[in-house]
Design a protein around this ligand. Structure first.
Ligand code: G6Q
Length: 556
């Protein structure tokens, strides 16, 4: 990846080391008094707790009362956010300052959903008009595909759209397509190819006709190994199905990228290239032109509604006092569990089948952003950073891994996400689904005591097995219905929660040098696997012998 990294480290606002901040020390002392406190007692002592410890804003309701906290915990966490410069951090991001210091870039996914009249300056230029110009272009293109006006090489309308991309150029589009399937144009088929494993592409196109298939090559850099390999093979497949005429590429391939030169070299007409900018990080790019497949699927109006939802959350994040601020509260609660209780993971449990890819999407957003071991000024952190995020939709998870959450030895804070209105009303289904939401979070918090188990007539020897300690924390996030606007709000909710955590940990949430390493290493080994001669191998003895073994077997 080409970056504009300067030789010298940019000026970084010095912050007191996290563990020396006053609020941190106060939280450490406070933790001692909270460590053993049980949610059963906290609820019994305070009948208003459930309604008091909740926030509703812009149509998103967060009940955070089933967390192992008191009002004092929130007060101290908010103080920590203030001492950590969160307010200034938010303003710096929205002002377009280059807060991605290791890549010397602004971080402006918020500009992707800013209204036309807004002004956000990067290097002396207002970027909002550029954002809207691209939105207009992708809207016009989407309409042409959706209406059948865009014709393939043989004059047939497009019926299949295949997005080729990986990481940030894949996970957001896949998640949004699945999440908003209810709103999609059902006469079109959508496929997503990311893995360099040939199976991914082979399975994606096996039942498609080339003359009705449009490929969107989505790559910020247009150099990523997986995407370029898949794009080249897709071009071969397409040409083979279209009589080999190179002119067909222009009708069946479009690109989303920041690299016009590489796009044109691939054979895609740059008139069919949709741009974004280096101030949009890959994992923050699904609302840029990277969302082209989403827009073709759901139509421009729905896409704009999603942007509007995210924008509402941006404004909420920017303007609301921290103690009532949804992303700030969620970010702070994560800090509380990770840094004080030693929680290692967070479970994301959407009780909404359409959100089945949301946990996978959030894994990249959270872990690539905050999986960092040094502070902004390059010093090793002396505290834990991002937890591992994972999850599956409810109720399926209840019949597999919830056992560990309820009765295992690890503390796993859970985010439960649900909607009042179903998109597919069907008999009692939605009430039963929601009954599980409320039952699970209740059981996690309050468990079942030995006495209760005994009173059910359980024999003594079996009692310990059937005891639920409870005191397992959860957030319940409710919204009216899974609309494009609601999805936009959820996306921005987590983006800003990640930002809140990153500011407190004083890390760069917007670089991904760990990803860059993988990109380079595989490029080095590939020629060694493909080489006809026994090239000398200069790796360690394990890697050398694995490569030799593969070469020998592959050739036989
Ligand atoms: C995201 C990362 C990474 C990136 C992919 C694809 O923040 O940078 O997941 O999105 O590596 O990169 P390209 O879009 O450049 O192909």
């Amino acid at each position: 990846m080409t970056t504009t990294t300067p030789r010298r480290r940019p000026k970084i606002q010095r912050r007191t080391t996290l563990s020396r901040r006053q609020a941190w020390k106060a939280l450490q002392a406070h933790y001692k008094s909270m460590q053993a406190a049980h949610l059963r007692t906290m609820f019994a002592d305070d009948p208003q707790r459930g309604s008091r410890m909740s926030v509703e804003a812009i149509g998103v309701f967060l009940d955070y009362s089933k967390n192992r906290i008191t009002d004092e915990t929130i007060r101290l966490l908010v103080q920590l956010a203030e001492e950590s410069g969160l307010r200034e951090g938010i303003e710096a991001m929205f002002r377009g300052e280059k807060i991605n210091v290791t890549e010397n870039r602004a971080v402006l996914h918020v500009a992707l959903r800013a209204p036309l009249e807004a002004s956000i300056m990067v290097d002396g230029e207002n970027v909002v008009p550029k954002v809207h110009a691209v939105l207009d272009r992708i809207a016009a293109f989407s309409q042409r595909v959706r209406s059948g006006e865009w014709k393939g090489h043989t004059g047939k309308p497009i019926r299949n759209v295949v997005n080729i991309g990986i990481g940030g150029s894949d996970l957001g589009p896949v998640m949004a397509y699945e999440a908003l399937k209810h709103y999609t144009e059902r006469s079109l088929t959508f496929r997503f190819v990311s893995n360099v494993d040939g199976t991914d592409l082979a399975e994606a196109v096996r039942d498609l006709q080339a003359d009705e298939t449009l490929f969107i090559v989505s790559s910020k850099t247009f150099t990523t190994l997986e995407t370029m390999t898949n794009a080249n093979s897709a071009r071969e497949w397409s040409l083979a199905g279209l009589g080999g005429d190179p002119a067909s590429v222009a009708k069946h391939f479009v690109a989303v990228s920041t690299n016009a030169e590489a796009v044109s070299k691939f054979g895609i007409d740059t008139a069919n290239m949709f741009q974004f900018w280096d101030w949009v990080g890959g994992r923050y790019s699904m609302e840029s032109a990277i969302g082209l497949s989403t827009m073709i699927a759901i139509g421009p109006d729905n896409f704009l509604a999603m942007l509007n939802g995210s924008h509402q959350m941006d404004e909420h994040f920017r303007q609301t006092p921290f103690a009532q601020n949804l992303p700030v509260l969620m970010g702070l609660l994560t800090i509380w569990y990770v840094n004080f209780f030693g929680a290692e993971t967070v479970a994301i449990l959407p009780y909404e089948q359409y959100l089945k890819r949301f946990p996978a999407y959030l894994q990249q957003l959270t872990m690539e952003s905050n999986g960092k071991h040094v502070t902004l000024d390059g010093k090793a952190v002396s505290y834990e950073t991002s937890p591992v995020y994972w999850g599956e939709p409810g109720t399926n998870g209840q019949h597999s891994f919830y056992q560990l959450i309820h009765q295992g030895t690890r503390l796993i804070p859970c985010d439960v996400i649900a909607f009042h209105q179903p998109l597919n009303p069907l008999g009692r289904h939605h009430d039963l689904l929601m009954a599980n939401v409320f039952a699970q979070t209740e059981a996690l918090a309050f468990g079942k005591t030995a006495e209760e188990v005994k009173n059910e007539g359980t024999p003594d020897w079996l009692v310990p097995h059937r005891v639920f300690e409870g005191n397992r924390p959860s957030n319940t996030i409710l919204a009216e219905q899974l609309t494009p606007e609601a999805l936009g709000k959820l996306i921005a909710l987590y983006e800003h929660s990640v930002f809140t955590q990153g500011v407190i940990w004083n890390i760069d949430s917007f670089d991904q040098w760990g990803v860059e390493l993988g990109k380079v290493l595989a490029q080095r080994i590939a020629p060694e696997l493909e080489s006809k001669d026994e090239t000398s191998l200069g790796h360690d003895s394990s890697t050398n012998s694995l490569i030799r073994r593969y070469r020998n077997r592959r050739r036989t």
